[in-house]
Structures are given as structure tokens and as C-alpha cells.
Design a protein around this ligand. Structure first.
Ligand code: LLP
Length: 463
């Protein structure tokens, strides 16, 4: 690795007026356990290790950029969710956050169920041996082929998202001589405190059937009339990266109110409710997420209280965390390329990836942290913007962060908390080859999703 010298970048206090920057952390070499995977630590030479392996070795063996996933941490978080909710509830990992066959096997071993939202996610889950009855199938526009495949495979539930889909699923199930277990996804009208693009329970968006105007009650009426459907419950997902439990409280209240209306009208008590996923994680030291046991306690209390008030038996609860399981367990490892100090502004640090491996900053204005990981440094903090190598000025990985002022091309830096929605939303923009996912555990590293190659891309281009 080359380590050429370069002029030190501007210092934060010189370039931003007071109050417009968070001060740099007291120790740039420290790794906040809130944002880094659990086995991440810095060894006595200053090199960061994960699962007992130095990042320098990982970069040499697998190249950069690479997503590095801490398997022990993933399993521990999955287990914590499972334990927190106990045997009277179900935890469905939301595969959209990150899905691979290795991950499916870990989830199966740790006793979690799986939520998929496309035929190909379903195929991935089945090919890794996840029992179909532990799979929930989601989506606002499932194709007939996808529904057919899911019903035929025997998925544990289909989450119905529209009036048309209720009929479609019933019809397909009947044609296969089956009765498909299903939930109806409703929108409860909650404004979740998160980015507009990832909030899903307000009415003016594409998911679910609104409670408002009696539409959800009408959907229940129709589903109950169809032989191909066994209606087992109501589903509500209010959004993603949420810290405030009050949105869940309102959602649970409204879902239970619907259960009561169903009981009063049809004389049946639906046995399950699903409160979705959406629990936030720490991307920077400023975020304070709740632990699974606190979330389980809060949700159980809310539902029990609401059901007691409505004189209903407490239904079986399920949840669908994606980000909160996998998000904190991985980081993206990059090699520093060009470093460009902009007089009076900030220093732009270019890495060998960018918006093709992490679109979240450009898309949601997401905040991330970053650290120099191939060595420790005592140099002063330098205000940086970490950018990628794509032909777009919005190609930003970390908007504002501090790295040591002696940062040099060839250094390795890592962006923590990239386990969720980074590989799964990665693209081939500028014909970038999507990075591998390398799982590390107990001093061993293995590729669980390999790096794309030029041949992979050229094979798709059939001339
Ligand atoms: N259940 C349903 C029905 C969902 O739609 C989602 C996420 C989840 C569960 C899992 O939510 P989580 O626990 O991971 O927050 N690409 C965005 C997030 C989109 C979330 C889509 N649905 C991001 O990068 O922030």
C-alpha cells in the first residue's frame, strides 16, 4: 500500500462557524461500541480487528471495498430478539435488509422466522433450507407467479396488501386445493418520525389498506368470505429507523380497535397481530437505540393493555426487525484514494466505492461515522467528507466526519453500521462491481456473497 504525503486539510474550526459542527471526538482512535460490531477492537499496533482478524489482512485477501460482517454479533442480536419475545411471540427477520443463504441458515439455527418480499427472496430462503411455514410473504404488488410459488411452497403466511390481492391469493390457493394463512396489512394513519421515504403508516402512500373510511374492515369482510384464505391476523408496519415508541403505541391501539370491531361484527377473535419492524439503530454516537428486551416489554405491555380494555384475548404478537438485527453487525471497508483539501471548506476523501455500495446517504440524507482502521494516528482531527468514485456530486458516503489529518492514500477506512440496506440496495452504477460480503468469526473469514466480476456484468450484456 502506498502512503504518499499530502498537505494537511483544513481544520474544522477554521471552516465552519461555531454551532455548525459537532466537535470532533476526544480520541479519533476510539471505536464507539454503539456503532461498531461487537467483536471490533483495535490491537496494540493500532490495527482494527474483527472476529480476531485484522482489517489489513481482510483487505489483502478479499480486496476493497468489502462489507465485513461479524457473524457472532449477528447471531447474538438475532438471539436477543428471539429471547426477548419468548415463545409466545414470533420474530420474523426482514430479509430485505440483507439476505444471503448463510444468513438464512444462521436465522434458522437461532430460531427466527423470515419475512420476504419478492419471489427471489423467497427462492433464496427456500434454497437455504428455511422451512416454508416459517416464512411470511410481503409486497404491495406480488405477481400471480410469485403468489403461486409462495402458496405452493406452503409459506406460513401471506400479508395481503390490497383488495385485488385478497381475491388473487384466494383464487390461486383454491386452484391449488389449499387454504392460505394470511394477514391483512393496514395503514393506521400514524406519522412515524423518520425520513418520508421510509415512513409507511400514513395514508398517502402505496402500502396496505387504510383503516380510515372503514376500508380495512371491508377488506376483513371480503377475506372472511373466501374459502382460499384463512385470515389469521392484522399487520401494521409504521416505518423504519424509528426510536420513539409512541408510534407503535398508537398503531397497537388502532389495530386492537379493529380486532374488537371484527369480534363485534363477525363473532371471531383473530389470533395474531404483527407490528412490523422499524426499530432504529445507532449510525453515529448521537443515536440511542433501545435494546430488544426493552422493545419486547413495551410492545407486550401496550398490546396487553389495549386488549384488556377491549376485553379481547391477547393475540400472538409478531415483529419484523431487519435493520436492528443486521445493521450494526457489518462495516464497509474502503481504501483511501484521492485526498482533496478545499481551502476554506473541507477535505474530500475519495474511496474506492461510493453510492453504488451505499446509496443511503444520497437517498435519505443518512448519517454515518467513519474511522481510520489500518493504523492508529495521533494527528489532529480533520473535517472530511467521504465520497465515492462515481460520476455524480451527490456520491457521498459520509457527509461530515473527522479523520486524522495525516490520512494518506492507501490507508484503510471503515464505515460502521452498513449491514442493513447497503448490499441489498447496491447497484452497478458506472458499471461498479458490487462488493463481496465477508463473514468473520473466531479468527476465520469466508466470503458469503462474492464480489461481482467483469465477466458477471458482461454476461448480462448480450450484445
Ligand atoms: N416489515 C415490513 C413490512 C417492512 O416494510 C420493513 C421495511 C420491515 C419489516 C423491516 O424494517 P426495519 O426493521 O429493517 O427497519 N431502505 C430503507 C429502509 C426501507 C424499509 C422497508 N421496509 C433504508 O435504507 O433505510
Amino acid at each position: 500500500m502506498s502512503r504518499s504525503a499530502h498537505p494537511a486539510g483544513p481544520r474544522y474550526a477554521d471552516v465552519l462557524p461555531e454551532g455548525h459542527y459537532s466537535p470532533p471526538p476526544a480520541d479519533l482512535n476510539a471505536l464507539d461500541p454503539k456503532v461498531w460490531a461487537r467483536t471490533v477492537t483495535r490491537d496494540e499496533d493500532g490495527v482494527v480487528t474483527v472476529g480476531g482478524i485484522a482489517v489489513t489482512e481482510l483487505a489483502e485477501r478479499f480486496g476493497t471495498p468489502a462489507y465485513v460482517l461479524d457473524e457472532a454479533d449477528f447471531r447474538a442480536r438475532a438471539r436477543a430478539w428471539r429471547t426477548a419475545f419468548g415463545n409466545d411471540a414470533d420474530v420474523f427477520y426482514a430479509g430485505k435488509a440483507f439476505l444471503s443463504r448463510a444468513v438464512v441458515r444462521w436465522l434458522d439455527e437461532e430460531g427466527l422466522n423470515l419475512d420476504v418480499c419478492s419471489g427471489t427472496e423467497l427462492a433464496t430462503a427456500l434454497s437455504a433450507g428455511m422451512p416454508a411455514e416459517r416464512i411470511a410473504f410481503h409486497g404491495n404488488n406480488k405477481s400471480e407467479t410469485e403468489i403461486h410459488r409462495a402458496v405452493e411452497a406452503g409459506v406460513g403466511r401471506i400479508v395481503l396488501d390490497s383488495f385485488q390481492e385478497i381475491v388473487r391469493v384466494a383464487h390461486i390457493a383454491q386452484s391449488l386445493g389449499k387454504r392460505q394463512k394470511a394477514q391483512i396489512r393496514i395503514t393506521v394513519g400514524v406519522e412515524a418520525h423518520t425520513h418520508e421515504f421510509i415512513a409507511t403508516a400514513h395514508e398517502d402512500q402505496k402500502f396496505g389498506i387504510p383503516l380510515a373510511g372503514g376500508q380495512a374492515a371491508e377488506a376483513v369482510r371480503r377475506a372472511l368470505q373466501l374459502d382460499g384464505i384463512e385470515l389469521i391476523g392484522i399487520h401494521s408496519h409504521i416505518g423504519s429507523q424509528i426510536f420513539d415508541m409512541s408510534g407503535f403505541e398508537v398503531a397497537a391501539h388502532r389495530v386492537v380497535r379493529l380486532l374488537k370491531e371484527i369480534r363485534d361484527e363477525h363473532g371471531i377473535e383473530l389470533p395474531e397481530i404483527d407490528l412490523g419492524g422499524g426499530l432504529g439503530i445507532a449510525y453515529t454516537s448521537d443515536d440511542d437505540p433501545r435494546e430488544p428486551h426493552e422493545i419486547a416489554k413495551a410492545l407486550n405491555e401496550i398490546v396487553t393493555r389495549e386488549c384488556e380494555a377491549a376485553r379481547l384475548r391477547t393475540p400472538r404478537i409478531s415483529v419484523e426487525p431487519g435493520r436492528a438485527v443486521v445493521g450494526p453487525t457489518a462495516f464497509t471497508l474502503y481504501e483511501v484514494g484521492t485526498i482533496k483539501p478545499l481551502e476554506g471548506l473541507r477535505t474530500y476523501v475519495s474511496v474506492d466505492g461510493g453510492m453504488s455500495d451505499n446509496i443511503r446517504t444520497a437517498l435519505y440524507d443518512a448519517e454515518y461515522s467513519v474511522a481510520l482502521v489500518s493504523r492508529a494516528s495521533d494527528a489532529a482531527p480533520m473535517l472530511v467528507r467521504v465520497v465515492g468514485k462515481h460520476c455524480e456530486s451527490g456520491d457521498i458516503v459520509v457527509k461530515d466526519a473527522f479523520l486524522p489529518a495525516d490520512l494518506a492514500p492507501g490507508d484503510l477506512i471503515a464505515v460502521p453500521a452498513t449491514g442493513a440496506y447497503c448490499r441489498s440496495m447496491a447497484s452497478n452504477y458506472n458499471h461498479a462491481l458490487r462488493p463481496p460480503v465477508v463473514a468473520v468469526a473466531d479468527g476465520e473469514a469466508r466470503v458469503i456473497v462474492r464480489r461481482e466480476t467483469e465477466e458477471d456484468l458482461l454476461r448480462l450484456d448480450v450484445g
